[in-house]
Write a protein that binds this ligand. Sequence first.
Ligand code: NAD
Length: 340
Amino acid sequence: MSNLLVFKAALTAAWVFMRPFAHRCTPLLVLLFISCMAQGKRVAVLGASGGIGQPMSLLLKLDPNVSSLSLFDIQGSPGVAADIGHCCTQGTVEGFSGSDQLDKALAGADLVIIPAGVPRKPGMTRDDLFNTNASIVKQLVEGCARACPEAHIGIISNPVNSTVPIAAETLKAAGVYNPKRLFGITTLDVVRANKFVADSQGWDPKDVEVTVVGGHAGKTILPLLSRVKDVEWDHDTLEKLYNRIQFGGDEVVQAKDGAGSATLSMAYAGARFANSLLRAMNGEAGVTECAFVESSVTEAPFFSTRIELTAEGVGKIHEVGQLSEWEQANFDEMLPVLQE
Ligand SMILES: NC(=O)c1ccc[n+]([C@@H]2O[C@H](COP(=O)([O-])OP(=O)(O)OC[C@H]3O[C@@H](n4cnc5c(N)ncnc54)[C@H](O)[C@@H]3O)[C@@H](O)[C@H]2O)c1
């Protein structure tokens, strides 16, 4: 019997037994209900053997919200699954390799994270990846539409500004598009902003949460540093920080010198986003992240702002709000790019 059925049976039995005393037991019943709903989820990673896929899968194996991890790639995933599966944390891990295994890998998934595709080399922009990665994402999302049409889908493959709309069109064509359940994962921009701001002020990064709006490429990444509390920015520091957050990806691509783009920090960011969404899916209130989702807060069809996560996925989408003069100029410049 699946975990879900066991939980439902337990809940029903408890209700039948306690019903006569319900008026005295309401708080207990509420607690019982919440703990029954807080189950581990089934997570699939597509592109699991890659530079991001491997460390992110490892971090997901450590997440108590994950009961089963399904690792898919065109090569190498059974080995990654066997390796990660030996970690003595709860939950199962299974590897699936080759396109004919895709639907099997996705069956029953609650959340699918997609880091499949080619990474950037020095001199390439994220847009240069479009042709290759767009067709990979399309093919994988078609698999989601067939095998787990209700799953939440988080896209990491670049260029996120284009792969997310492509995923939406693919799901629409299959008749299963739910805008609340499709996310472009831009968490790395927030992670970088938090770290760089904290370092500039000598703070602990856990005390900083920068809202980053827009998209996920160069100038379309707009960190709202004017909102950071308790700091008097001087112009030079601020200018350097905006630039470093917007082009932090290039820093890693150049330092890796041809060996790929950000993988470990992206794995951390992807696992953080998954953890936030899984907690919200389990009923935790007040969980927020910035993510690139279908949105009407600007004229761009997809836009990243802070969103409240719920069991259904995207909850309230926050407005962009008040911007500084510099942020407003950057915002005006990026909006036409995101509308293309
Ligand atoms: N969203 C972000 O913030 C962010 C940050 C860094 C990198 N990225 C992007 O993430 C992607 C992956 O980067 P990486 O460094 O892990 O690359 P990588 O080359 O190390 O790994 C990609 C993996 O995808 C697999 N793959 C290719 N085609 C596939 C298919 N059809 N089905 C399943 N798997 C397939 C490959 O076999 C490989 O294991 C790139 O597009 C990169 O630009 C996004």
